[in-house]
Write a protein that binds this ligand. Structure first.
Ligand SMILES: [Fe+2]
Length: 427
């Protein structure tokens, strides 16, 4: 009973109450529609808004509503003094100013994201190009790929403040290209965390980009088979690392040191991997980095196109079940760099909102950027909030099955776990 949300008159609001305004974000002067009232001027402004009620959340409040106005009308309220009027005016102006600033910041943020998205889709296009050219114009293909990987590596390795950002995909069945880019980016993030020599990192990046190129030789009906593969099919699929190396070996421009990365990206430390069932230190150290991120991305996006796991579920599966198979140091780095709340997680916030984690900042993992679920705002204009700018905290991570259908569609947590990265402007 005490948790029931109730409608009250604006005149009943006082400090300590958690409330929701009945008007859209755009039409009210506050930063959020739901919030806790901390200051007297907020109380005054709420009472002056042209609204007939607000929603009161008892469970999130430290104070109860004042008596409704009929009962309190016998108490004559003193006319505000000129000084009080002035203070109220100033407070309102300050709020509006802050809100304008926020709107400007959001606009700039959207522009940056559009730029990042454009770069991301260009890179994807290039990857597709380069892989297509690998047999027909191999030298060009490798030169272009090297340049692409060097750019990614230089940016990721040298940035002070790196943001890993969630990108949506078009679901167009181009999993191989998205997957190649995801694992290249995540490999470079681990290279950065492990303080790898930049030359080794670039070799790793090139191996990561081409690690699954051998899949182009595997029949589609095997690659996209939804159910379990039979022995013969599995045999063919498990040759893809070898097919990849065979293809890359023909290419003089492809560095020899990157070949074992492709060849061994499915080997596990306990000898249960393929195609060679290598163990422990027989596995190339750079291939061990690739294996960690490859397993992770395959759990999020099964290559067969089957429904994937959420980032958090994928990480916890690896942590619980795969520590004998993959390098635990690199796994810990992946967990750390994706943050406690990996991009793609759906979270409940301490202010009562629900949202999708869009970006994590490598320097501030517990304060991700969140896209807020608000059915009153179209998805394309959805508000984002950077928790670092607020005192809002993440309270819990949802499983997609715990979300209502409309929230699930709005936030679509599964179809959007590809990563782009950008460097935050430190100024
Ligand atoms: Fe693979």
């Amino acid at each position: 009973m005490a948790n029931k949300i109730i409608e009250i008159q604006p005149s009943q609001v006082q400090k300590g109450m958690y409330i929701e305004l009945p008007i859209p974000w755009k039409d009210n002067p506050f930063l959020m529609r739901k919030f806790k009232v901390y200051f007297d001027y907020q109380v005054d402004i709420i009472r002056d808004l042209a609204i007939d009620h607000v929603k009161y959340y008892p469970a999130k409040s430290d104070a109860e509503p004042l008596p409704a106005s009929e009962e309190s009308s016998s108490v004559t309220k003193p006319e505000p003094t000129a000084e009080q009027e002035k203070q109220k005016e100033e407070a309102l102006q300050k709020l509006e100013w802050e809100k304008m600033e926020r709107v400007e910041k959001l606009k700039e943020h959207r522009r940056n994201l559009q730029k990042t998205e454009k770069e991301f889709s260009n890179t994807l296009k290039n990857i597709k190009d380069v892989m297509g050219k690998l047999s027909s114009r191999p030298v060009n293909a490798v030169e272009e790929a090297t340049e692409m990987v060097n750019n990614i590596a230089d940016t990721i390795l040298s940035a002070d403040n790196l943001i890993l950002h969630l990108m949506s995909d078009d679901g167009g069945g181009e999993n191989l290209y998205y997957h190649s880019l995801n694992v290249t980016i995540l490999s470079m993030m681990i290279a950065r965390a492990a303080k790898l020599d930049p030359e080794d990192a670039k070799i790793l990046g090139l191996g990561a980009l081409f690690h699954d190129v051998g899949k182009l030789k595997v029949p589609k009906k095997i690659l996209l088979k939804k159910g379990k593969l039979n022995k013969a099919e599995r045999g063919v699929l498990e040759l893809h690392p070898k097919y990849g190396v065979d293809l890359l070996k023909l290419n003089e421009a492809f560095p020899e040191q990157a070949q074992p990365i492709v060849d061994q990206h499915h080997e596990y430390l306990d000898g249960t991997g393929f195609p060679y069932a290598l163990k422990e230190d027989k596995i190339n150290p750079l291939a061990q980095i690739l294996t960690v991120v490859n397993v992770y991305d395959n759990l999020c996006h099964p290559p067969s196109g089957a429904e994937g796991n959420t980032p958090s579920a994928s990480l916890s599966f690896m942590y619980k079940k795969m520590t004998k198979k993959v390098h635990s140091g690199y796994l810990n780095m992946l967990i750390k760099l994706l943050g406690v709340y990996p991009p793609g997680s759906v979270v409940a916030l301490s202010d009562g909102n629900v949202g999708l984690v869009m970006s994590v900042n490598s320097q501030d993992l517990i304060n991700p950027e969140i896209l807020l679920y608000d059915p009153n705002i179209p998805r394309a204009e959805a508000l984002t909030v950077n928790l670092a700018d607020t005192d809002i905290k993440v309270e819990k991570v949802f499983k997609p099955s715990q979300l209502k259908k409309d929230a699930l569609e709005y936030l679509s947590p599964r179809s959007t776990t590809n990563y782009a990265y950008f460097v935050q402007d430190g100024r």
